[in-house]
Design a binder for this molecule. Structure first.
Ligand SMILES: [Zn+2]
Length: 317
């Protein structure tokens, strides 16, 4: 392990394996900022089902080691909550598990490859060590729902129904224990990010998450939580929509609007520069663009870097 990683761990603390229901584990990686996601797994009596992998080879291998601390059963299935690289780059390390995702998840991974947006994200002292990544999109896809089993553990996979964080957000619902893995439909303590999804769709998705009435939420980033987190998420999306509306009235773009708006209660969330990307998405929708429609991602990310003082976005992955 390099000096950088020692420093990295000292600063962030090690990942935490948390048993959120009997034989159901959340794997929480501090501090939940850019590219540092959560995963999890169901340790069934006849096999393991994992939920997401990590951004780098090193982080995914460490996650899989934690699975081995709990069970000797083979990893039979991996569910991807959406296509983003922080949740899917490590997919190849689960081979020969069946990789399951929404059909748009597969399509976008195949389309975008293993991009980690060179020049956009950088560690404080060094480039991020992504490792020897290999492309491994879902091999089993679905459009609405699918149920998977590991021993007597049963998990329902539900497409959330509309563009939200992305165009392929899937939640993993455990009806017996009322645990919900939300992927990035829920950021806990971090700024939500809907550049590749929809602001209005995210508001509806929050209500769909609420309708499961989960006792425990394993968010895509940040500590395990409950439905109380949804109120702040909804407030944030309304704040983004309102800010975009005012910007459009004033004839200013996303970057200028982000620079002049007071983030208020949301200033304490990590990665606040996401407001710029979120405003790009909100303005697109305000001008009649469809939820999840194609926008200029490169321009939006460029504005986020400008907002960040011209520096790459801080990434501790
Ligand atoms: Zn994501």
């Amino acid at each position: 392990m390099s000096a950088y990683h020692d420093h990295d761990h000292a600063e962030l603390g090690p990942p935490v394996l948390q048993e959120v229901a009997e034989n159901v584990f959340a794997y929480i990686q501090p501090d939940g900022t850019w590219w540092i996601n959560n995963t999890g797994f169901l340790a069934g009596s006849d096999g393991v089902i994992a939920v997401d992998t990590c951004a780098t080879e090193r982080r995914t291998k460490l996650f899989l080691e934690h699975v081995r601390y709990v069970t000797d059963q083979p990893l039979r299935m991996l569910v991807n909550t959406h296509h983003h690289g922080d949740h899917t780059h490590g997919n190849y390390l689960t081979y020969p598990a069946t990789i399951i995702g929404h059909e748009n998840c597969r399509e976008l991974i195949v389309q975008s490859g293993l991009s980690h947006y060179p020049g956009v994200f950088e560690g404080p002292d060094h480039p991020v060590d992504w490792g020897d990544l290999q492309l491994a999109p879902p091999t089993l896809t679905f459009t609405d729902n699918l149920t998977v089993h590991a021993g007597d553990l049963r998990a329902e996979l539900h497409y959330i129904g509309n563009p939200a964080h992305t165009t392929n957000d899937v939640v993993v619902w455990l009806p017996d224990s009322q645990v919900l893995f939300t992927g990035d439909l829920v950021f806990n303590q971090g700024t939500p990010f809907v550049l590749m999804g929809s602001v209005s769709g995210s508001l509806r998705a929050i209500e769909k998450v609420r309708q499961f009435a989960p006792k425990v939420i394993v968010p895509g980033h940040g500590p395990v939580c409950d439905i109380a987190v949804l109120d702040q998420l909804a407030r944030y999306y309304r704040f983004v929509a309102d800010t975009a509306f005012a910007a459009e009235e004033a004839g200013v773009g996303a970057l200028e609007a982000a620079r002049s708006v007071d983030l208020g209660e949301f200033a304490e969330l990590s990665d606040p520069e996401r407001i710029v990307g979120n405003l790009h998405r909100a303005l697109f929708e305000l001008r009649g663009g469809p939820e999840g429609g194609t926008i200029d991602i490169v321009a939006a990310i460029g504005d986020m870097i400008t907002f960040n003082g011209g520096r790459p976005l801080r990434c501790l992955a």
